[in-house]
Design a protein around this ligand. Structure first.
Ligand SMILES: [Zn+2]
Length: 466
């Protein structure tokens, strides 16, 4: 009888378990969708396996968790560069999303997932859109783990209103019903690999009633709530309306709780951090998006203070229209470097913390840490194999394994990606996604959409293209 379906041996195993063990010449045994053993290779040498991979010269680590990533925006790469966040949102991305069909969302999601799988991301939180059945279908097919939402909105004040034909423009009741439809159809499907969250889009567009409706539905259905919160430029609208910060306002409504995942929190104050901690709400920090799109998370935000005070902060890449890369290795490098530069504190967020944010902390932020986020017996087999036999990894000492990963590693170093015990990439070849087809469809759909955008004249090349 075989002990394991697959044994990966002779690798350096970064477990991110409670003791944060790093096992040199280690091995991981996988049975079905679970991790069945994590130990020294010698200790598992006699254990029979249907298949054994010699991973000498590689790292094995938990699959990376992107705590914030928009599947439907994958075809908007390049549409939102170098503009203020209000224009990015209401002038650039909402018109793009108005043109998306369910079929477009399907291909957009496959493109998004191809990039994530290739660079070692195995789970993500998608704050959603309005063609989410296409997203659910693509996630089911391609093997990626994730949770997605209807991006709810029900208030449209002057200056913060999407176009009249915007598919997210609905009443409170319609918004809740649309999200409930997704929960009924997709939540905890595909062996609990695909989940649904409740979602709220942006702070100027959410009424008290929608906040309270989403809280009640999420508690009833045991789901996460995803909400973009405290973005410089957008949080002012809430201050004008309520005289409070968005976080104070939510606390006053009694809606905040441990199942709330607040994306960005870029414009947070010390009192916002205290409130978030008191309610055990979680935060998704996307440093690349903040730097690309000037949200203020590094220059004004409180990410180091949140971590210091025990707030769970996951790491995200946000969307290819806002970052524009989904490589979590870049995100780890960014979070470990940008805050220390701004504060001039060289050990402010160490590489080990950056890796925790990309794995176990991200899993906790999504309410998924009992199942994923570390390599431990009984957890789901979500892992990646990273090749260190490359110039950017040498030399590597025992004291610099994690530093090399965060400061010198890149997504292209990932050679194998596994989710739920299923290999989604091996020898850098994707097994569940026809990449050539996805690239062709993605380019074709994006060109069709660009032809219909009302701001085409803003997209002309700055340098002559012949
Ligand atoms: Zn977002």
């Amino acid at each position: 009888m075989t002990a394991f379906d697959l044994k990966i041996e002779h690798a350096t195993v970064i477990t991110v378990d409670r003791e944060r063990r790093i096992i040199k010449d280690g091995a991981v045994g996988i049975k079905g969708d679970r991790i069945a053993a994590v130990d020294q290779a010698a200790a598992l040498a006699a254990a029979p396996a249907a298949r054994t991979i010699d991973a000498a010269g590689r790292l094995v680590l938990p699959g990376l968790v992107s705590a914030h990533c928009h599947n439907v925006q994958a075809l908007a790469r390049g549409l939102g560069d170098d503009v203020p966040v209000e224009l990015w949102t209401y002038g650039r991305i909402y018109p793009y999303e108005s043109l998306l069909t369910e079929e477009d969302a399907y291909w957009s999601t496959l493109l998004n997932c191809a990039e994530m799988i290739r660079t070692g991301t195995t789970c993500h939180a998608d704050p959603g859109g309005y063609v989410m059945d296409g997203v659910g279908r693509a996630l089911t097919e391609c093997g990626m783990r994730g949770t997605f939402a209807w991006a709810g909105m029900d208030e449209f004040p002057k200056g913060y209103a999407p176009p009249a034909d915007f598919p997210g423009r609905k009443t409170t009741e319609e918004t809740l019903a649309a999200n409930e439809h997704l929960v009924k159809r997709w939540h905890k499907t595909a062996n609990d690999r695909v989940r649904v969250s409740y979602g709220l889009r942006l702070e100027p567009n959410v009424s008290d009633e929608l906040f309270q409706g989403v809280k009640a539905c999420a508690e009833r259905d045991h789901t996460l709530v995803q909400f973009h919160c405290l973005l410089a430029g957008l949080s002012d609208a809430v201050k004008e309306k309520t005289g409070m910060s968005t976080v104070q306002w939510m606390a006053g409504l009694g809606v905040l709780g441990p199942n709330w995942l607040l994306a960005h929190m870029a414009d947070a104050s010390d009192s916002d951090v205290v409130i978030v901690r008191a309610h055990d709400a979680k935060v998704a920090h996307s440093p690349g998006a903040s730097m690309h799109s000037t949200y203020g998370a590094a220059s004004r935000g409180k990410v180091p203070e949140m971590i210091e005070r025990g707030v769970t902060v996951g790491l995200g890449c946000d969307s290819t229209a806002a970052n524009n890369s989904l490589d979590m290795f870049r995100a780890m490098h960014q979070v470990a470097t940008v805050h220390k530069e701004v504060r001039l504190v060289p050990d402010l967020i160490r590489p080990e913390k950056a890796l925790e944010m990309a794995t176990i902390d991200g899993a906790r932020a999504l309410g998924w840490d009992a199942e994923i986020g570390s390599l431990e017996v009984g957890k789901r087999a979500d892992l990646i194999v990273v090749d260190t036999r490359r110039p950017n990894w040498v030399p590597m000492h025992d004291f610099s394994i994690v530093a090399n990963l965060v400061y010198a590693g890149e997504g292209a170093d990932v050679e194998m990606t596994m989710v739920d015990g299923r290999v989604l990439m091996e020898s850098r070849r994707l097994t569940t996604i026809d990449v050539d087809r996805v690239l062709a469809e993605g380019q074709r759909i994006a060109e069709r959409i660009v032809k219909s955008l009302p701001y085409q004249e803003s997209l002309s090349p700055r340098w002559p293209v012949r």
